[in-house]
Design a protein around this ligand. Sequence first.
Ligand SMILES: NC(=O)C1=CN([C@@H]2O[C@H](COP(=O)(O)OP(=O)(O)OC[C@H]3O[C@@H](n4cnc5c(N)ncnc54)[C@H](O)[C@@H]3O)[C@@H](O)[C@H]2O)C=CC1
Ligand SMILES: CC(=O)C(=O)O
Ligand SMILES: [Mg+2]
Length: 372
Amino acid sequence: MLIGCPKEIKPQEFRVGLTPNAAQEAIAHGHQVMIEAGAGMGAGFVDDDYIAAGAQIVENAEEVFARADMVVKVKEPQANERKQLREGQVLFTYLHLAPDPAQTRDLIESGVTAIAYETVTDRNGGLPLLAPMSEVAGRLAPQMGAWALQKANGGRGVLMGGVPGVRPADVVIIGGGVVGTASARVAVGMGANVTILDRSIQRMSYLDDIFHGRLTTQFSDSAAIEELIQRADMVIGAVLIPGAAAPKLIRREHLAQMKPGAVLVDVAIDQGGCFETSHATTHQDPIYEVDGILHYCVANMPGAVARSATIALGNATMPFMLALADKGWRKACEDDPHLLEGLNTHAGHLTYYAVGKALGIDVLAPSKALKV
Ligand SMILES: NC(=O)C1=CN([C@@H]2O[C@H](COP(=O)(O)OP(=O)(O)OC[C@H]3O[C@@H](n4cnc5c(N)ncnc54)[C@H](O)[C@@H]3O)[C@@H](O)[C@H]2O)C=CC1
Ligand SMILES: CC(=O)C(=O)O
Ligand SMILES: [Mg+2]
């Protein structure tokens, strides 16, 4: 199979879909790999690294999209990239379709077989291709929030760890999955007073165990959220209902009850965000203010630490990428129901139920899509 990897074109996205190591593995499996010139630069991989791995460098993305049997990327295809996708081609990348009707329509119309990293599952009920980036974004969230809390950036001027005789920042984390746990680890490490909310008692029990009383867990209902945000300096939104649009847990009227200059970090923004007033921002212009409350809503946070994030993502995607290349998408998905969960569009059909529900589009069952 000919595997192609274009340079990412989303603003300030420096990750790359294939590392030189992944390219070398694919070539060892008998495949050909084509990389757009300069695609790895932002993550510290030069063209010569790919050439040494046995890959071919091509001058532009058009050639990658035109020739590749499978396109491997990081971010959802942008409008210009979507025009170049076609039926019979496999696209393997993050998609986040539920909050993105335009992308969903374009992918369906293109006929491409699109497998979304964020909906591939594992046998423990986890999301193995989302988890590495959730680890990264989760660790970044308190760091970005702490920066926004600084007075010069519009924040309350509160230091995360406080100082002797002065209270630390109150940090509320909604959602105690991979992002929430990683955020808690960093916020606790910075000395903040951390409360983490989830709806899974089992998950809170795990968090209670591993943090040894260094944070408080609380069941996530609207009363608890309303009470906690009134004294919060920072709220981190880290909920997920896989594949679905994020529930809006803080609405605009709640902002008036918060402390002026408090910060909302909406990590769940790639699924539409869990605060009503959130809209996606970029690393170039990451924060904005609504009713005196700062919002940080960067939808590709790991792009800020592109090298660490690219390697972490590449480690996770490699076995799936190899299975897709070795067996073809159909056999790979037939053999692995967890990979089949990643199938979001195929041959003009939407094949993921939570997206269909969010956007009101009919869905072809993935098991039936295997036969189309
Ligand atoms: N902005 C960015 O750059 C990035 C964003 N993300 C996003 O972060 C979000 C979280 O991802 P993960 O932590 O990997 O998911 P996860 O599945 O590990 O954790 C989600 C948690 O939310 C909990 N939850 C669901 N509904 C809830 C509610 N109403 N209140 C409180 N908790 C609730 C679940 O029980 C679960 O523990 C996703 O939307 C993901 O796409 C992930 C990586 C990068
Ligand atoms: C998960 C995701 O959207 C990202 O890493 O950018
Ligand atoms: Mg994202």
